[in-house]
Design a protein around this ligand. Structure first.
Ligand code: NAI
Ligand code: SOE
Length: 388
């Protein structure tokens, strides 16, 4: 059994999700490797120390470069706001570490191109954590498509709707600042659906988009850590929002399929409403993350008087089911999706495979998001390889 030491950079929401997955993954899947949570960095000593104690790391530091320079560290896990991904990922690659980096890989395709060049040169393993493709029902959709069950894909209709920023009293965290985030809803949640579209359908080659910023000022908060709408500051001093709140875009795929994506964090009543519907020549698939154990499927070959969507409830016989709970109805959650993602990362390292989605996919998504922003600004169809 191999042991690999992890250095994690960032001690917020995703640090918790990744740390939990690192501890739990051997309880679910046999990857012949154990992760040791060696050292974690946050912005100052008290934050780093508190994160280490809470998340189970042996050491802490307020200087993330200590992690890069530590020869004992095998894997660097980057769970900081987006503006830091480039510098951290390039430094980790140059130090020969395997890298897991949260999405979006960078603020734009110029940054992601540099990150990709660094990992290619270093020959290290790399994964950008678009975790939703690891939901068993989404992996099952991939299986149906690969087996030809829905035939040639005609249309992909994706949405990602949340409401945590619909209240104007939700503070101005890093997610609303272009310098930190790169873009708003687009990079933050739209990218998850773009990743699913690439995974299930094909490469997106052209887009025609609109974006809107509905709330252009928000109360300034003391810390940059994002409370994701759980703290309200209705009377706080205001600062400028510099990113999109909402986007709507048409999509053209390189296999001839067409489609759309709508994403917003201002949709009252929607919490993590990541959905897609795929129509093929022989059938359709529908998924909604708020009902993440289910995939709805409809086949044209079913008798006309019985034809309609049926619900396949994922369990032991479906993708990743071998490691999950013995009875389907027990259900899976965000933690299990992150555990599966960690298993994919480790299994790719142990078997010397490319980790999917790799930084190559992360860069490709950044090219698509750049094209969406350009299209929205110029109000025209825009090719996604403009920055290739
Ligand atoms: P957060 O705001 O909860 O935490 C960020 C952490 O990074 C904070 O602890 C902050 O103090 C720390 N940090 C900032 N600058 C640092 C520095 N120079 N050195 C060390 N630590 C530093 O943010 P959250 O939600 O954890 O997001 C982090 C990343 O994860 C983002 O890229 C975000 O897009 C992504 N994310 C992905 C999700 C997914 O479902 N895949 C869910 C939530 C976030
Ligand atoms: C906030 O919109 C957020 O935490 C995103 O950053 C994640 O990527 C998404 O999966 C959940 O919502």
């Amino acid at each position: 059994m191999k042991t690999m030491k992890v250095g994690m950079i960032g001690g917020g929401f995703m640090a918790k999700a990744h740390s939990l997955a690192m501890t739990a993954v051997p309880m679910f899947y046999e990857d012949d490797v154990r992760l040791e949570k060696h050292i974690i960095a946050d912005i100052d000593e008290p934050s780093a120390d508190a994160a280490a104690k809470k998340l189970g790391f042996s050491h802490s530091t307020s200087d993330w470069k200590t992690i890069i320079n530590n020869p004992e560290v095998d894997i660097v896990d980057i769970v900081t706001p987006n503006h830091l991904h480039e510098e951290m990922a390039i430094a980790a690659a140059e130090a020969g570490k395997h890298i897991m980096c949260e999405k979006p890989l960078g603020r734009n395709a110029e940054e992601t191109a540099r990150i990709l060049a660094a990992v290619d040169k270093a020959g290290v393993k790399h994964m950008v954590t678009f975790n939703y493709r690891r939901t068993p029902a989404v992996a099952l959709a991939k299986k149906y498509i690969d087996e030809g069950a829905v035939g040639k894909i005609l249309n992909f209709r994706g949405t990602y709707l949340q409401d945590w920023s619909a209240d104007p009293g939700s503070p101005l965290s890093w997610r609303f600042d272009k310098d930190f985030a790169g873009s708003g809803t687009l990079g933050d949640i739209g990218t998850h659906v773009l990743d699913i579209a690439h995974y299930l359908v094909a490469d997106i080659v052209e887009v025609n988009a609109m974006t809107r910023t509905w709330i252009d000022e928000r109360p300034v908060q003391a810390s940059q850590k994002d409370s994701l709408g759980n703290v309200k500051m209705p009377n706080g001093k205001k600062g400028q929002v510099t990113v999109d709140d909402e986007l709507v875009t048409m999509l053209k795929f390189n296999n001839g399929a067409i489609g759309s994506l709508e994403a917003t964090r201002n949709a009252w009543g929607r919490h993590n409403f990541l959905t897609f519907e795929i129509h093929g020549e022989k059938g359709s698939l529908f998924f909604n993350y708020e009902r993440r154990d289910e995939l709805q499927v409809c086949f044209s070959e079913d008798p006309e008087d019985r034809r309609g969507y049926k619900k396949v409830y994922t369990g032991g016989v479906h993708p990743y089911g071998e490691g999950l709970w013995p009875i389907p109805g027990l259900g899976i959650g965000y933690s299990e999706v992150k555990i599966i993602e960690m298993h994919e990362f480790l299994s790719a390292i142990m078997n010397d495979r490319v980790c999917e989605p790799s930084f190559k996919e992360g860069h490709r998504i950044a090219q698509v998001t750049d094209a969406i922003l350009n299209s929205a600004e110029e109000q025209r169809w825009t090719k996604t390889n403009a920055h290739a």
